[in-house]
Design a protein around this ligand. Structure first.
Ligand SMILES: Nc1ncnc2c1ncn2[C@@H]1O[C@H](COP(=O)(O)OP(=O)(O)OP(=O)(O)O)[C@@H](O)[C@H]1O
Length: 947
């Protein structure tokens, strides 16, 4: 059982129904042109089967329902009953009422329609002029509906039977003429009797339900649909329907139709060429022939009982139809106005024909009898409204499921073929890619083989190199005190004079400029076998041992030099005082005079012993003539000779005695301060005559002696500190020499590494340095400058290595030092932990002060925000200063601290003039410093003291 969709908007679903219908018959039958009668394709043939599933709606045209009126002649019975005709047709579009009734003067007498058929007009003519055009629309894909409307016995059935026959003839003629198309005709029929829908082909099926399907629209459930084999088949089907239709006898009609009948022909057509090629686009349309039950008046039909009931249903449904038509005919109705299609099954089923996707022709039948004037006028009113209703029919194009399946199969086959071709292509591409990868792997393997060879070669070279180093180190062991010799021979500029200044170009800007061996050759003073061996040692290895020691000794010698200058000034001052005493005190007692004389002698002996073989006037002393040396110091240190009392102690004792014995003597008012101009040449001994004017009173002299005493005491303390440092360094030198062979690799400078490994190594070492800085309370300025200066350049490796070793050594020996150059020159060069912390405290205080003096308010606010310090908090600067360099494990904190200190205290931002040499790893030429006396390093003082 199939379903018949009455909705034009779901013709695809209808196609599905069609397929089901085909399955219900023995064989699907397509009408060929050979079986069709001749028919001309008329003006409605605007279908284009190539346009798609359904024509765009804008191709549909608005069209009024075609309305025609057909007058029925008076029947014999009416004539017998003295009926007379009161309607006339002056032309084929106008019908005029000849009977005038004053009480109904408001009724029009004349009505105009699309077509008016006089009583003598044949049904064929009625069809031809009133329905054919619409009927043939169905052959071109447009839905079409022809229905007859009129009072009972007005000739509706008479007319529609003729119209259907004529339409069938036309349809078959059309099919015959269009051999290039294949047509499919399907037949279905229903009636609405007392608002019950029945299948006229299968009335035993009972009432049919009208369904609203979301996809297919309105559907008559289980309505049988037959494929029409030919015209006679159609006629037979029509006869079946006629036989099944509800007919009753009324006073007006012996064979009165008591139901609304709807005969549907579904016409599907498709070009034969397309069918042969496979994909099938079809035109499909529903052609409805509607024979309504006639409106009737009970007074006229004398109906009662069943007939009366039928009449009520009929009138009610016709009333709904009239309402629908009337509403649809209103030109001012809103598009959203409600149309009561659902108030009757008739209007619901015919909704498409009434203002929808269909062409519609209404043939209004009327009796010309004067007895039916009122009913006729009502029919004309209805017809008048109907002709104002606008439909919008469109060509329906559909593709059948079977054809769709065929098309999809064909497309699938096509896609599969493309896929196979693509797969083959992909396979070939994949093979090519594999081949390319294989070649690439082969090339990489070859390159790896070469790399392995290079690696092996490098390994053998490295082994050979290590062997040479080991041989070299063994050679070094055979030379007594060789390390000390090396250190001494490599000593840079702190020899008096300029003979070694060239050797100081050892490192410059972090890059190795000249090897120790080169430096040694430049000095050219010590030509020993060791020297020759040293020249042949690779640069890196040669530097490794000596560089560390050189650095330490460099620092020590530098301090010695500075301290020597201070000592010079102190002794010079003492000498002046003593000379003044001699010249100005006439009443000096004998004992005091002897003391002074002895003091002068001691001072002279100091000069003499210090300047053995050299001029005391400060002339340049050839280095080869200098009797003292670090080597001697080291040897003395090794023999525990460092505890000798220095000459400063002797002077101190003598001054103390003099102070006691010369009470009342006159002394110089004051000592000349360090660096103060005295009017003498730096290297001259003061002329006693020139010191005359210093003499004042004995009290002043006593005060002067106390000043000298204090000054010498201070000198003594400083010398003691240097002694201590010296002792540590000497021990370190001895330790390094002892472990030279065992720990060659340990004192080597870091070997060049790859950029990646260097990067990680750099960060690791710097992290260790951070910790050591913190542990050793290293100056904040030093930390900051070091951090900002060494940012990871591979050339920084030496600086990091030395800094790390220096700090490790300091920590190990619990000697806390601050290596900032500023402090290096001060008297606190060797500090206790407490003093180091004091330095840091001073630096923090400096930060507090400089934050205010060196930065603008805006800059300070920016820094507070950066350090997350509220701008309105009290002691902001103190808080900030106390935060700096307190979290050495936090890289960001370290970065911020370094930049802040550099900006606020050091006035250096990391890119300024501060060089890496400031960290005492460079042996760049030292500034030539003239001394008041040709002071030797402090080590010579030690020797004097021990002498
Ligand atoms: N144009 C006509 N020429 C000759 N006879 C006609 C014509 N129209 C109708 N008749 C005759 O009038 C009678 C009634 O016609 P018909 O049954 O078609 O009316 P109807 O409108 O269908 O009535 P009902 O609504 O009751 O079914 C029939 O006997 C029919 O043969």
């Amino acid at each position: 059982m199939s379903e018949l969709s009455m909705s034009d908007s779901n013709l695809t679903s209808d196609s599905s129904s069609t397929s089901k219908a085909e399955a219900t018959v023995d064989s699907a039958y397509r009408i060929s042109s050979d079986e069709a009668v001749s028919c001309q394709r008329d003006s409605t043939g605007d279908a284009d089967p190539d346009l798609g599933w359904i024509y765009p709606k804008d191709t549909a045209k608005d069209e009024k329902i075609h309305v025609s009126v057909r007058l029925r002649p008076l029947s014999k019975k009416e004539i017998a009953d003295n009926h007379y005709s009161i309607w006339e047709c002056p032309d084929d579009k106008t019908v005029v009422c000849l009977h005038s009734r004053p009480d109904r003067s408001n009724f029009p007498q004349s009505y105009v329609f699309d077509q008016v058929f006089r009583a003598e007009t044949t049904t064929k003519e009625v069809y031809k002029k009133g329905a054919r055009d619409v009927v043939l629309s169905a052959l071109t894909g447009k839905n079409a509906t022809i229905f007859a409307y009129g009072q009972t016995s007005s000739g509706k059935t008479y007319t529609m039977n003729g119209v259907t026959d004529s339409a069938a003839d036309d349809i078959f003629n059309y099919i015959k003429q269009h051999n290039d198309y294949i047509f499919l005709l399907k037949f279905s029929a229903l009636e609405i009797y007392n608002e019950v829908v029945s299948d006229l082909l299968r009335p035993e099926g009972g009432p049919l339900r009208i369904m609203d399907d979301r996809e297919r629209g309105m559907v008559i459930e289980k309505l049988k649909e037959e494929i029409i084999k030919d015209k006679s088949h159609l006629r037979s089907l029509l006869e079946v329907c006629e036989a099944h239709r509800q007919v009753g006898e009324t006073a007006l009609n012996d064979m009165s139709s008591r139901s609304h009948q709807i005969i549907r022909l579904t016409i599907e057509s498709s070009p034969r060429a397309m069918a042969d090629e496979g994909p099938m686009k079809s035109l499909i349309a529903a052609l409805n022939f509607v024979d309504l039950a006639g409106s009737e008046r009970v007074s006229l039909t004398h109906s009662e009982g069943t007939t009366l009931k039928e009449g009520c249903y009929i009138n009610r449904s016709l009333l709904t139809l009239s309402t629908v038509i009337r509403k649809l005919s209103d030109p001012n109705r809103p598009k959203t106005a409600h149309i009561p299609y659902r108030e009757s099954k008739l209007t619901r089923i015919l909704s498409n024909a009434l203002g929808g996707n269909a062409r519609t022709a209404i043939i209004c039948t009327m009796s010309s009898s004067n007895k039916h004037l009122e009913q006729t006028r009502n029919s004309l009113f209805f017809a008048s409204y109907a002709k104002e209703v606008t439909n919008k029919a469109q060509v329906n194009v559909v593709i059948s499921d079977k054809e769709l399946i065929k098309q999809l199969k064909k497309e699938v086959a096509l896609l599969e073929a493309q896929l196979r071709r693509s797969s083959l292509s992909s396979q070939s591409s994949y093979d090519a890619l594999l081949q390319e990868k294989d070649e690439q792997i082969k090339r990489m393997q070859e390159e790896m083989g070469k790399a392995f060879q290079q690696r092996d070669s490098a390994r053998s070279e490295l082994l050979s190199f290590r062997k040479q180093v080991e041989e070299l180190e063994r050679g070094r062991i055979q030379v007594p005190n060789k390390l000390a010799d090396q250190v001494e021979d490599s000593l840079p500029s702190f020899r008096v004079g300029n003979s070694t200044t060239e050797a100081n170009g050892y490192y410059q800007n972090g890059h190795m400029r000249r090897s120790t061996s080169e430096m040694r050759l430049k000095t050219g003073n010590l030509q020993r076998p060791w020297n020759d061996v040293h020249v042949q040692v690779p640069q890196k290895t040669t530097n490794s041992a000596s560089a560390i020691l050189l650095d330490e000794i460099y620092k020590l010698e530098h301090l010695q030099n500075e301290l020597a200058q201070d000592a010079n000034r102190a002794l010079e001052a003492v000498q002046k005082e003593v000379e003044c005493l001699c010249l100005t005190q006439t009443d000096m007692n004998q004992e005091a005079a002897m003391t002074v004389s002895k003091l002068q002698s001691e001072i002279s002996s100091i000069y003499e012993s210090r300047a053995t073989g050299a001029s005391i006037k400060g002339t340049v002393v050839p280095i080869e003539n200098i009797s003292y040396s670090l080597k001697d110091d080291i040897e003395r240190a090794a023999s525990k000779d460092l505890s000798k009392v220095s000459d400063a102690d002797t002077i101190e004792k003598m001054l103390t005695q003099m102070q006691i014995k010369t009470h009342g003597f006159q002394f110089p008012a004051r000592l000349p301060s360090q660096g103060e101009e005295t009017g003498h040449r730096e290297t001259d001994i003061i002329n006693p005559q020139q010191a005359f004017h210093y003499v004042t009173t004995p009290a002043q002299a006593e005060e002067s002696i106390r000043s000298v005493y204090a000054y010498v005491t201070d000198m003594k303390e400083r010398i003691s500190k240097l002694q201590y440092q010296k002792q540590l360094l000497v021990q370190r030198v001895l330790e390094l020499e002892k472990n030279a062979d065992e720990d060659t690799a340990g004192i080597s400078l870091p070997a060049p590494t790859s950029p990646e490994s260097w990067k990680s190594e750099f960060h690791e070492k710097r992290k260790q340095i951070f910790e050591l800085w913190n542990a050793c309370n290293v100056s904040l300025i030093h930390r900051s400058q070091f951090y900002l200066l060494f940012r990871g350049d591979p050339a920084d490796a030496i600086y990091l290595e030395v800094e790390l070793r220096r700090l490790s050594w300091l920590k190990e020996h619990h000697v806390l030092t601050n290596t900032n150059k500023t402090h290096l020159r001060g008297s606190d060069q060797i500090s206790s932990p407490a003093s180091s912390m004091r330095i840091i405290k001073k630096e923090r205080e400096s930060i507090v002060k400089n934050l205010y003096t060196r930065l603008t308010a805006t800059e300070r606010e920016e820094i507070y925000r950066e350090w997350d310090i509220p701008l309105d908090s009290k002691q902001r600067r103190v808080r900030l200063a106390n935060m700096v360099w307190t979290d050495h494990q936090n890289e960001m904190h370290v970065e911020m601290s370094a930049k802040l200190v550099a900006k606020v205290v050091a006035l250096w931002n990391g890119s300024g003039p501060v060089s890496k040499e400031m960290f005492q790893l460079s042996l760049s030429p030292a500034t030539q410093q003239k001394t008041r006396f040709p002071w030797s390093p402090i080590t010579s003082l030690f020797r004097l003291g021990s002498a």
